[in-house]
Design a protein around this ligand. Sequence first.
Ligand code: NAD
Length: 329
Amino acid sequence: MKNESVNIGVIGVGHLGQHHVKHFATLPNTNLIGIFDLNFKRADTIAQKNSVNVYPNLESLLSEVDAVSIVTPTPTHAIIAEKCIMAGKHVFIEKPITATIEEAESLILLAKEKGVMIQVGHIERLNPALVALNPYNINPKFIEIQRLAPYTARGTDVPVVLDLMIHDIDILLTLVNSPVKSISASGLSILTSSVDIAHARIRFGNGTVASIMSSRVAKDKVRKLKVFQRDLYATIDLLLGITEVYNIVSEPDKNPDALMILPFHYEKKKRFIAYNKPPIDSVDALQKELENFVRSIQGKETPIVSGKAGKDALEVAMKIQQMILEDLH
Ligand code: NAD
């Protein structure tokens, strides 16, 4: 369907789903056919705002679309996605792909059988501050990630590992090109009966170590990533969109883009620290992600985050969650 517009429906138009609707309504090569939400009042409000049709049930929406975005609470992803895939529809599933690994595996198999695509909403992959690292030769030895958020009731249907930490697990699996070798983790329940604060130390086969911390008990939002490797240190503020890179270089003249170059002495050798602050594109990551979904259905691109990538992140998240639960008991 290279030059045909894609007929799309959105299932679940709550906090995030409303933004899917807004983007699909204006994306090129896309016909937003309609929306479905179990909360009919909410569906009507979003429909009026975006001049789009509301469908009374999933089946009636599915009969008119090529693809859907599933933006419902995580425990419902598997059952809804299964119905959509069975009907031969491509699915964009918000992160995490599903609540269990078995569900993710069975969806991936089913999609293969039905010849449809699964894309997963690990949106941080498109965060311009992370994308700004691409020109650098990134081969991390140590990574530290912190993601904190004030408490909201949304997302508490899953532990913080599946709600927040899974974003950073996906980033890690992208930055470190090596299998996970070992994990140790601990966590706490503070406000809910589930895990609200989690810390994990992950060692990869190539020796890279990562320390990731997520909490939904915080005053302010924080999303920070630090990458350390031989002769390079980078800090990325995923929330504020700031990337800073400190490289050790031998020849300052060969780094014309550096904002600052300072001498650095070690073992009687003089080298230089080059400070770079690469420009950050002002793109809307969700718009880009959904555009990638449409273009992938048209066969013009491939999904940035496949169903398999969504399952890989979930597998690591589940191991961390399991360890935390064992540690708590
Ligand atoms: P929400 O509770 O605000 O909205 C969910 C909506 O789904 C509600 O309107 C609800 O009525 C509807 N719904 C529930 N069950 C349904 C069903 N069976 N069929 C149709 N509609 C149904 O939740 P949210 O914060 O928008 O989160 C939705 C999903 O998006 C979750 O999986 C969450 O993890 C994910 N999410 C991802 C990001 C990200 O950064 N990628 C951010 C927030 C949320």
